[in-house]
Design a protein around this ligand. Structure first.
Ligand SMILES: *Cc1c(COP(=O)(O)O)cnc(C)c1O
Length: 235
Protein backbone atom coordinates (compact mmCIF):
# COMPACT_ATOMS: atom_id res chain seq x y z
CA UNK A 1 0.00 0.00 0.00
CA UNK A 2 2.76 2.41 1.01
CA UNK A 3 4.72 1.42 -2.06
CA UNK A 4 1.77 2.19 -4.30
CA UNK A 5 1.23 5.59 -2.69
CA UNK A 6 4.91 6.40 -3.01
CA UNK A 7 5.11 5.52 -6.71
CA UNK A 8 1.85 7.36 -7.43
CA UNK A 9 2.98 10.53 -5.63
CA UNK A 10 6.47 10.15 -7.09
CA UNK A 11 5.07 10.11 -10.62
CA UNK A 12 2.87 13.17 -10.03
CA UNK A 13 5.75 14.99 -8.35
CA UNK A 14 8.04 14.28 -11.30
CA UNK A 15 5.37 15.63 -13.64
CA UNK A 16 4.90 18.83 -11.61
CA UNK A 17 8.67 19.34 -11.45
CA UNK A 18 8.91 18.91 -15.21
CA UNK A 19 6.11 21.46 -15.74
CA UNK A 20 7.82 23.92 -13.36
CA UNK A 21 11.03 23.52 -15.34
CA UNK A 22 9.25 24.10 -18.63
CA UNK A 23 7.38 27.15 -17.36
CA UNK A 24 10.62 28.61 -16.01
CA UNK A 25 12.34 27.93 -19.33
CA UNK A 26 9.53 29.61 -21.23
CA UNK A 27 9.92 32.67 -18.98
CA UNK A 28 13.68 32.72 -19.53
CA UNK A 29 14.31 31.76 -15.92
CA UNK A 30 16.24 28.92 -14.32
CA UNK A 31 14.08 26.08 -13.00
CA UNK A 32 16.06 26.27 -9.77
CA UNK A 33 14.68 29.79 -9.17
CA UNK A 34 11.29 28.28 -8.36
CA UNK A 35 10.79 26.48 -5.05
CA UNK A 36 8.05 23.89 -4.96
CA UNK A 37 6.06 24.04 -1.71
CA UNK A 38 3.90 20.94 -1.53
CA UNK A 39 0.66 21.72 0.30
CA UNK A 40 0.01 18.79 2.65
CA UNK A 41 -3.17 20.05 4.36
CA UNK A 42 -5.64 17.22 5.08
CA UNK A 43 -2.97 14.64 4.21
CA UNK A 44 -1.30 12.57 6.94
CA UNK A 45 2.18 12.99 8.37
CA UNK A 46 3.19 9.82 6.50
CA UNK A 47 2.75 11.74 3.26
CA UNK A 48 5.15 14.41 4.53
CA UNK A 49 7.69 11.63 5.21
CA UNK A 50 7.14 10.21 1.77
CA UNK A 51 7.60 13.65 0.19
CA UNK A 52 10.82 14.18 2.14
CA UNK A 53 12.12 10.84 0.82
CA UNK A 54 11.27 12.06 -2.68
CA UNK A 55 13.38 15.18 -2.14
CA UNK A 56 10.69 17.74 -1.28
CA UNK A 57 12.22 20.43 0.95
CA UNK A 58 9.21 22.69 1.63
CA UNK A 59 5.67 21.86 2.74
CA UNK A 60 2.65 24.12 3.30
CA UNK A 61 -0.18 23.91 5.83
CA UNK A 62 -3.16 26.18 6.34
CA UNK A 63 -4.68 25.21 9.70
CA UNK A 64 -2.78 25.72 12.92
CA UNK A 65 -3.86 22.66 14.90
CA UNK A 66 -3.33 20.26 12.05
CA UNK A 67 0.00 21.85 11.16
CA UNK A 68 1.28 21.79 14.75
CA UNK A 69 0.48 18.09 15.15
CA UNK A 70 2.03 17.14 11.81
CA UNK A 71 5.16 19.20 12.38
CA UNK A 72 5.62 17.57 15.81
CA UNK A 73 5.19 14.15 14.22
CA UNK A 74 7.79 15.02 11.57
CA UNK A 75 10.25 16.86 13.81
CA UNK A 76 13.05 14.53 12.68
CA UNK A 77 12.65 15.56 9.03
CA UNK A 78 14.63 18.29 7.36
CA UNK A 79 11.71 20.14 5.75
CA UNK A 80 10.71 23.78 5.94
CA UNK A 81 7.14 24.43 7.13
CA UNK A 82 5.22 27.23 5.42
CA UNK A 83 2.07 28.49 7.10
CA UNK A 84 -0.21 29.60 4.27
CA UNK A 85 -3.63 29.93 5.89
CA UNK A 86 -5.71 32.61 7.52
CA UNK A 87 -4.25 33.50 10.91
CA UNK A 88 -6.08 34.63 14.01
CA UNK A 89 -3.98 37.00 16.05
CA UNK A 90 -4.42 34.83 19.17
CA UNK A 91 -2.88 31.84 17.31
CA UNK A 92 -0.11 33.75 15.56
CA UNK A 93 2.54 33.34 18.26
CA UNK A 94 1.86 29.59 18.48
CA UNK A 95 2.52 29.12 14.77
CA UNK A 96 6.11 30.25 15.29
CA UNK A 97 6.79 27.06 17.28
CA UNK A 98 7.07 25.12 14.01
CA UNK A 99 6.74 27.47 11.04
CA UNK A 100 9.85 28.56 9.18
CA UNK A 101 7.85 30.81 6.87
CA UNK A 102 4.51 32.55 7.44
CA UNK A 103 3.13 33.46 4.03
CA UNK A 104 -0.22 34.86 5.03
CA UNK A 105 0.47 38.05 6.97
CA UNK A 106 -2.31 40.38 5.87
CA UNK A 107 -2.69 42.86 8.73
CA UNK A 108 -0.62 44.71 11.26
CA UNK A 109 -2.25 43.01 14.23
CA UNK A 110 -0.32 39.82 13.46
CA UNK A 111 3.11 41.44 13.60
CA UNK A 112 3.43 41.78 17.39
CA UNK A 113 2.45 38.17 18.19
CA UNK A 114 4.62 36.75 15.40
CA UNK A 115 7.60 38.78 16.55
CA UNK A 116 7.12 37.74 20.17
CA UNK A 117 6.74 34.10 19.19
CA UNK A 118 9.82 34.14 16.98
CA UNK A 119 11.93 35.67 19.76
CA UNK A 120 10.59 33.20 22.27
CA UNK A 121 11.56 30.28 20.01
CA UNK A 122 14.90 31.83 19.20
CA UNK A 123 14.28 31.87 15.50
CA UNK A 124 14.06 34.33 12.67
CA UNK A 125 10.79 33.86 10.87
CA UNK A 126 10.55 34.47 7.13
CA UNK A 127 7.44 36.54 6.42
CA UNK A 128 5.46 37.09 3.25
CA UNK A 129 2.69 39.64 3.01
CA UNK A 130 -0.47 38.24 1.50
CA UNK A 131 -1.90 40.68 -0.98
CA UNK A 132 -5.47 40.54 -2.23
CA UNK A 133 -5.85 40.22 -6.00
CA UNK A 134 -9.56 40.91 -5.98
CA UNK A 135 -10.33 43.37 -8.75
CA UNK A 136 -10.82 46.88 -7.34
CA UNK A 137 -14.42 47.38 -6.21
CA UNK A 138 -15.05 43.68 -5.48
CA UNK A 139 -16.95 43.26 -2.20
CA UNK A 140 -16.08 40.35 0.12
CA UNK A 141 -13.17 38.41 -1.34
CA UNK A 142 -10.33 36.27 -0.24
CA UNK A 143 -8.07 37.37 2.51
CA UNK A 144 -5.09 39.50 1.80
CA UNK A 145 -4.13 43.10 2.34
CA UNK A 146 -5.24 45.61 -0.25
CA UNK A 147 -2.27 46.80 -2.33
CA UNK A 148 -2.64 50.26 -0.75
CA UNK A 149 -2.11 48.75 2.69
CA UNK A 150 1.17 47.06 1.78
CA UNK A 151 3.65 49.89 2.44
CA UNK A 152 2.61 50.36 6.07
CA UNK A 153 2.38 46.62 6.68
CA UNK A 154 5.79 46.03 5.09
CA UNK A 155 7.37 48.71 7.27
CA UNK A 156 5.93 47.12 10.39
CA UNK A 157 7.26 43.67 9.50
CA UNK A 158 10.64 45.04 8.41
CA UNK A 159 10.95 46.83 11.73
CA UNK A 160 9.96 43.89 13.92
CA UNK A 161 12.54 41.83 15.78
CA UNK A 162 12.63 38.16 14.88
CA UNK A 163 10.91 38.69 11.52
CA UNK A 164 12.53 38.88 8.10
CA UNK A 165 10.42 40.47 5.38
CA UNK A 166 10.88 38.18 2.37
CA UNK A 167 8.24 39.22 -0.12
CA UNK A 168 4.65 38.74 -1.20
CA UNK A 169 2.11 35.96 -1.49
CA UNK A 170 -1.16 35.88 -3.40
CA UNK A 171 -4.00 33.61 -4.46
CA UNK A 172 -5.69 34.22 -7.80
CA UNK A 173 -9.38 34.98 -7.21
CA UNK A 174 -12.02 32.60 -8.52
CA UNK A 175 -14.06 33.65 -11.50
CA UNK A 176 -11.25 35.37 -13.38
CA UNK A 177 -8.45 34.20 -15.62
CA UNK A 178 -5.39 33.73 -13.41
CA UNK A 179 -3.26 35.52 -16.03
CA UNK A 180 -5.23 38.75 -15.47
CA UNK A 181 -4.90 38.53 -11.69
CA UNK A 182 -1.20 37.68 -11.88
CA UNK A 183 -0.61 40.64 -14.19
CA UNK A 184 -1.96 42.91 -11.41
CA UNK A 185 0.27 41.05 -8.96
CA UNK A 186 3.35 41.75 -11.09
CA UNK A 187 2.56 45.48 -10.98
CA UNK A 188 2.00 45.45 -7.22
CA UNK A 189 5.28 43.61 -6.77
CA UNK A 190 7.23 46.11 -8.90
CA UNK A 191 6.06 48.93 -6.65
CA UNK A 192 6.76 46.91 -3.51
CA UNK A 193 10.30 46.02 -4.63
CA UNK A 194 11.20 49.67 -5.04
CA UNK A 195 10.86 50.11 -1.27
CA UNK A 196 12.01 46.60 -0.31
CA UNK A 197 14.48 45.43 -2.94
CA UNK A 198 15.71 42.56 -0.77
CA UNK A 199 12.24 41.08 -0.33
CA UNK A 200 12.14 39.31 -3.67
CA UNK A 201 10.16 36.18 -2.86
CA UNK A 202 6.86 35.82 -4.67
CA UNK A 203 4.62 32.93 -3.64
CA UNK A 204 1.91 32.49 -6.24
CA UNK A 205 0.37 29.66 -8.18
CA UNK A 206 -1.44 26.50 -7.13
CA UNK A 207 -2.20 23.23 -8.96
CA UNK A 208 -4.40 24.95 -11.52
CA UNK A 209 -2.34 28.02 -12.28
CA UNK A 210 1.30 27.64 -11.26
CA UNK A 211 2.60 27.98 -14.80
CA UNK A 212 0.88 31.38 -15.16
CA UNK A 213 2.44 32.44 -11.84
CA UNK A 214 5.92 31.39 -12.92
CA UNK A 215 5.45 33.46 -16.07
CA UNK A 216 5.12 36.61 -13.93
CA UNK A 217 8.02 35.79 -11.64
CA UNK A 218 6.79 33.47 -8.86
CA UNK A 219 9.71 32.18 -6.79
CA UNK A 220 7.51 29.80 -4.80
CA UNK A 221 4.56 27.77 -6.04
CA UNK A 222 2.16 26.12 -3.58
CA UNK A 223 0.96 22.88 -5.11
CA UNK A 224 -1.30 20.40 -3.33
CA UNK A 225 -3.62 18.20 -5.36
CA UNK A 226 -1.42 17.97 -8.46
CA UNK A 227 1.15 16.16 -6.30
CA UNK A 228 -0.90 14.41 -3.62
CA UNK A 229 -4.22 13.82 -5.39
CA UNK A 230 -7.66 14.98 -4.31
CA UNK A 231 -7.79 15.99 -0.70
CA UNK A 232 -9.50 13.63 1.72
CA UNK A 233 -12.77 15.09 3.08
CA UNK A 234 -12.45 17.49 6.00
CA UNK A 235 -12.75 15.86 9.39
C1 LIG B 1 -4.80 24.54 -0.50
C2 LIG B 1 -3.96 25.67 -0.92
C3 LIG B 1 -3.07 25.54 -2.00
C4 LIG B 1 -2.94 24.30 -2.85
O1 LIG B 1 -4.08 24.09 -3.62
P1 LIG B 1 -4.11 23.01 -4.80
O2 LIG B 1 -5.14 23.51 -5.72
O3 LIG B 1 -4.44 21.71 -4.17
O4 LIG B 1 -2.75 22.98 -5.42
C5 LIG B 1 -2.28 26.65 -2.31
N1 LIG B 1 -2.36 27.80 -1.61
C6 LIG B 1 -3.19 27.95 -0.57
C7 LIG B 1 -3.23 29.25 0.15
C8 LIG B 1 -4.02 26.89 -0.19
O5 LIG B 1 -4.86 27.06 0.85
Amino acid sequence: MTGTRESEVGARLADVRRRIGEAADAAGRAGGDVTLVVVTKFFPADDVRLLARLGVTDVGENRHQEAAAKAADCADLDVRWHFIGGLQSNKAAAVTAYADVVESVDRGKLVGPLSRGALEHGRTLDVLLQVSLDPPGTPAGRSGAAPAELPALADRVAGAEGLRLRGLMAVAPLGEEPEAAFARLATVRDTFLREHPDAGWLSAGMSGDFEAAIAVGATHVRVGSAVLGSRPPMK
